[in-house]
Design a protein around this ligand. Structure first.
Ligand code: SUG
Length: 420
């Protein structure tokens, strides 16, 4: 019996979590710029989500936060924490690696020609604060997925082609352990906002992962969605096994795209949420599609692990209740509180990277258990700053406490190999 399953690796929310308004086109990031953040509460919310998913019977892993502020990056820019401009300093401090859906694009072994799971670290080059994540993320991926019989970890796609990882990638398959089709969503123009995923990068990732042409689709995200604040496809669409769940306005050439999906994967069940039931604006503020759409064990059907904001939005919640009361594949709604991450535009799905693999093939230090999460929560309680205002980022004591917090976490998780 195959032990291959979907493992969700969540990014642990780092001690420097703050609201600096760094992401143009991400409405929550802009709206909350300058507000006080609560790193301790943020990290505990993320841990509670992981516990919730373990309780559902799902396989769970985690990634360590990156070393922030990134002094080496400031040094490359010829500056320091004290002397840099506020937006550059904030970029060096950003805890943005928490959004693990942007860590890499992942193609399971079943889809690739060499029978290994391929991961390409995302270059995240469109946003300055995210563009310096990839070296730290790559070092971590090479540790987690070090087993060369099972995994192949690739460096970033070169500039100028923007790549934002799994947030713009979906997979349809009969079940996780079987071969499927992979869908790469790219942007062209988002009007006032940048299109962060470039088609050239998507095509390069598909080639490097050894995917067969007839199992791959490249489709354009609608300009309308990007202009409305869907800076990644996972803000307006999500897929799991045979189900594609998307907003009516998610894709630029929807009918052509759906026809290609049906041709390449005839079992596909596409659930389109009409704009007259849930407007694009409601979809984006509630993050209904930034849910983890998961398959529950023991034939439990599929569940949507949603942000509580989806429950708070009347139109969205009414639609969702109709959806689960029907005869469709999605049977359960699980709201989780990740408000601290949501205030920077990161919902439940942003916080995790899905990897279909045998959990035994992964470095076990990154696999979550309730006991490990207790130990991690203990470190967070003791070391994570309670609150940060963006103007505090010049404070030397804050810097020391953030560095010490990560050091304590790495020691607790026996991951001091990631210290630098
Ligand atoms: O890249 N927010 C992140 C949110 C990423 C969400 N990920 C997915 N959709 N998969 C971003 O825009 C805000 C940081 C700030 O403003 O301080 C930020 O980077």
């Amino acid at each position: 019996m195959t032990k291959v399953q979907e493992i969700n690796f969540d990014g642990l929310i780092g001690p420097s979590h703050n609201y600096a308004g760094l992401s143009l086109g991400n409405i929550a990031s802009s709206t909350n710029a300058g507000e006080a953040s609560y790193p301790r509460e943020a990290a505990l919310q993320g841990i509670a989500k992981m516990r919730h998913n373990i309780d559902l019977g799902l396989a769970q892993g985690f990634f360590m936060p990156l070393d922030r502020p990134n002094i080496a990056w400031l040094d490359q820019l010829g500056t320091t924490i004290e002397s840099s401009e506020p937006h550059v300093r904030a970029a060096a401090y950003s805890a943005s690696s928490m959004w693990a859906a942007n860590a890499a694009t992942v193609s399971p072994a079943q889809d690739s020609e060499d029978g290994r799971c391929h991961l390409t670290v995302a270059n995240l080059q469109t946003m300055p604060h995210r563009s310096h994540e990839w070296p730290g993320t790559l070092a971590q991926l090479r540790l987690v997925f070090a087993n060369p019989d099972h995994f192949s970890v690739h460096g970033p796609i070169p500039s100028p082609f923007g790549d934002e990882g799994a947030a713009n990638h979906m997979r349809l398959c009969p079940s996780h352990g079987e071969a499927g089709i992979e869908i790469f969503i790219y942007g062209k123009s988002g009007g006032p906002f940048p299109a962060r995923q470039h088609v050239e990068a998507s095509k390069a990732v598909a080639r490097k992962h050894g995917l067969q042409d007839d199992h791959v689709i490249f489709a354009q995200q609608s300009d309308k969605a990007i202009a409305a604040g869907a800076f990644h496809n996972d803000v307006v669409a999500v897929a799991n096994e045979q189900v594609l769940f998307a907003h009516e306005d998610a894709f630029e050439h929807r009918d052509d795209f759906y026809a290609e999906v049906q041709r390449k994967f005839p079992q596909a069940e596409i659930i389109t949420v009409p704009a007259d039931k849930v407007s694009l604006a409601d979809a984006i503020t509630s993050y209904l599609f930034n849910a983890q759409l998961v398959t529950l064990p023991d034939d439990g059907g599929m569940a949507l692990i949603l942000p509580t904001e989806a429950k708070d939005n009347e139109a969205v919640w009414t639609y969702l209740q109709e959806l689960v009361s029907g005869n469709g594949p999605i049977r359960k709604l699980c709201p989780v509180d990740v408000r601290q991450s949501m205030a920077n535009g990161g919902g439940p799905a942003c916080l995790r990277l899905r990897v279909v693999a045998d959990p035994d093939a992964v470095d076990q230090r990154f696999i979550a258990t309730p006991e490990k999460l207790d130990a991690i929560a203990g470190v967070v309680e003791q070391y994570w700053p309670e609150t940060i205002m963006p103007e505090q980022l010049t404070d030397a004591d804050l810097l020391t406490s953030i560095k010490n917090a990560r050091k304590a976490l790495l020691e607790t998780c026996a991951l001091t190999d990631l210290a630098t």
